[in-house]
Design a protein around this ligand. Structure first.
Ligand code: FAD
Ligand code: MLT
Ligand code: ZN
Length: 549
């Protein structure tokens, strides 16, 4: 009788023999289906509109006047800063002259969409969205707003998850979507220069034709923009291999609150002349300037991509598997994602067309491993040897290796679809934490113990980067549940030397919590930099920094 490992070895080699379809140099190496596209966001189809019609804002609609905003107990009551002016007819006239009628949006329906975030959790009451077409127009908009003390929210694809992309009160929305030109691409160096409003997926498609890929990839790629990615320092699914945007972004053009255009649009890999100012804007969430152009280093599209979806009995096995994967797959390991049973259950129940790849029952944990390399046979052998070895060690209890593009895409759909599944399941409290890997799942267990049956605690994330997405799902937002979660979740993270924002940013959600991860001295210096670059504080007010700063 063949042992379980022998049987698996046989099926693995079969699977690996046919995986050539995924590895073809003429197909996209990351064939993932998208949860939504930009068109769906705006045409009344897809999940976004579904949420708009199904879900009520969790703070209710008429509880507060437009000068005070309450975001449940998440942050205390916020008051509109009276130093900001309110729009008048002269302002509208100026903007129409500058941008033309159609780029000055006052239509209520159009404004409803851009006043509300992807989760439908944060909602502003802006009466105006401006759509500049170039950096000069952005400059004139900001110069004018600064002189009038009109507050501004820069907005990209509006997929941010921390309430940073929408107004809190009546801030003017500056939408970058019309600035979507690719400026240059150098095939020798792989350096792409483009405008900030380019949608990530359109850059992926452009580069695919050239034999290159973007160094970042995320589930929101059909809507998010490169300017938004840079401004949030988005991490995503490929950071493990290609590193963060602090490494890949070579240059930026930004417009400061005063309207001054700051040209830092270098295309050099090495440039040690003075302070590297672009890093201030990467991850500054629209609070220091508006990013208008991006220069980014893109890696070549490698011909061999393999995807395995594995089941593990416990978290300790997932951890050991990561250790072994780093050791044995080394330079070809491009993603190491994990999800727990609750996350899998949500995906199976709420995502259309998703089927359990490891039936019949659910496993405690799942790991998605992707390898990306240049040598098909070598990569497959390496992955196969690693899987057999891990099975023998007892780290994996079951698993499949995608045999074609469609299979690879459907296992990625499970992982990438979890945020969408959570939204469909009801209200969700989202936490995006960096925690030392060995401690990471303790928090999920502790949270489950605290909440009992009152909520569903879901854990998934970028295990390879030490990034846990802790999500607490309930039928509706509930203050009793919330007080069990916060401040506990932040205290626990801080005590365990973690960060309360691994990749989503601070936004409005965590502006008052920043001290859990940064010292008072560091926050004070951030406030001084903000004050220097934006003396009137018009750029994305109420976000990132605490009121006290
Ligand atoms: P927006 O949401 O429009 O804005 C985000 C912030 O950036 C705001 O503060 C805004 O003011 C500012 N901003 C936007 N554009 C500019 C600009 N040109 N200049 C200055 N400031 C600007 N994030 C991850 O890190 N990893 C993930 O894996 C990931 N997956 C996601 C999956 C889903 C389904 C969803 C809905 C979100 C996900 N996110 C993820 C969060 C989000 O997609 C990222 O933060 C993304 O980078 C935001 O880009 P955006 O264009 O939508 O920006
Ligand atoms: C993800 O990794 O899926 C994203 O960061 C979104 C989320 O955390 O829900
Ligand atoms: Zn993530």
């Amino acid at each position: 009788m063949p042992t379980k490992t022998e049987k698996w070895r046989r099926s693995l080699s079969l699977a690996l023999r046919t995986i050539g379809a995924v590895s073809s140099p003429h197909t996209s190496p990351h064939p993932r289906s998208l949860p939504f596209t930009r068109r769906e966001l705006h045409c009344g189809r897809g999940i976004w509109r579904g949420f708009l019609s199904l879900r009520k804002p969790w703070w209710g609609t008429d509880t507060f006047g437009s000068d005070i905003r309450g975001f449940g107990t998440e942050s205390t009551m916020l008051k509109r800063n009276p130093k900001f002016s309110t729009l008048n007819d002269d302002d509208i006239r100026y903007f129409k002259e500058l941008l033309g009628e159609k780029n000055v949006v006052q239509d209520e329906d159009a404004l409803a969409a851009v006043n509300t975030d992807w989760m439908h959790k944060y909602r502003g009451s802006s009466k105006l969205m401006l759509q500049p077409r170039n950096a000069n127009e952005v400059s004139l908009i900001l110069k004018y707003c600064n002189s009038r003390c009109l507050a501004v929210v820069p907005q990209g694809g509006n997929t941010g998850l921390v309430g940073g992309s929408v107004p809190v009160f009546d801030e003017v929305i500056v939408s970058l979507g019309a600035m979507n030109n690719i400026i240059s691409f150098d095939k020798v160096s792989g350096i792409l220069v483009c405008e900030a409003g380019c949608i990530l997926e359109s850059l992926v498609n452009f580069l695919d034709q050239q034999g290159f890929i973007m160094p970042l990839d995320l589930g929101a790629k059909g809507s998010c923009q490169i300017g938004g990615n840079v401004s949030t320092n988005a991490g995503g699914l490929r950071l493990l291999l290609y590193g963060s945007l602090h490494g890949n972004v070579l240059g930026l053009e930004t417009v400061l609150a005063t309207g001054d255009v700051l040209d830092m649009l270098g295309t050099l890999r090495k440039d040690n002349t003075g302070y590297d100012l672009k890093h201030l804007f990467i991850g500054s969430e629209g609070s220091l300037g508006i990013v208008t152009k991006v220069s980014i280093l893109t890696p070549p599209k490698l011909p061999s991509v393999n995807v395995a979806f594995l089941a593990c009995h416990d978290y300790s096995s997932c951890q050991k598997l990561l250790f072994e994967a780093k050791l044995k797959l080394g330079e070809i390991l491009s993603a190491f994602e994990f999800l727990d049973e609750q996350a899998m259950d949500l995906a199976l129940n709420h995502l259309e067309g998703v089927r359990n790849p490891l039936p019949p029952s659910l496993h405690n944990f799942y790991v998605l491993i992707e390898t990306t390399g240049s040598h098909e046979t070598y990569d497959k052998e390496k992955l196969e040897a690693f899987l057999v070895y891990s099975m023998e060690l007892g780290l994996i209890s079951d698993g499949v290796v995608a045999q074609d593009l469609q299979q690879a895409s459907s296992v990625w759909r499970i992982r990438e679809g979890i945020p969408e599944a959570l939204m469909k399941a009801g209200a969700v409290y989202k936490y995006d934490l960096s925690i030392p890997v060995e401690k990471m799942y303790d928090l999920v267990d502790e949270m489950r113990n605290r909440l009992g049956s009152s909520a569903r605690v879901v854990g998934y994330g970028h295990l390879g980067d030490g990034n846990l997405h802790l999500n607490i799902s309930c039928p509706q937002y509930d203050d009793k549940v919330f007080t069990q979660i916060e401040p506990f979740v932040y205290e626990w993270t801080s005590k365990n030397r973690g960060s309360i924002s691994a990749e989503h940013g601070v936004g409005l959600m965590k502006a008052e919590k920043i001290f859990y991860s940064k010292s008072p001295g560091a926050v004070q210096l951030m406030a001084s930099i903000k004050n220097l670059l934006d003396p009137n504080g018009i750029l994305n007010p109420y976000k990132v920094l605490p009121r006290s700063s």
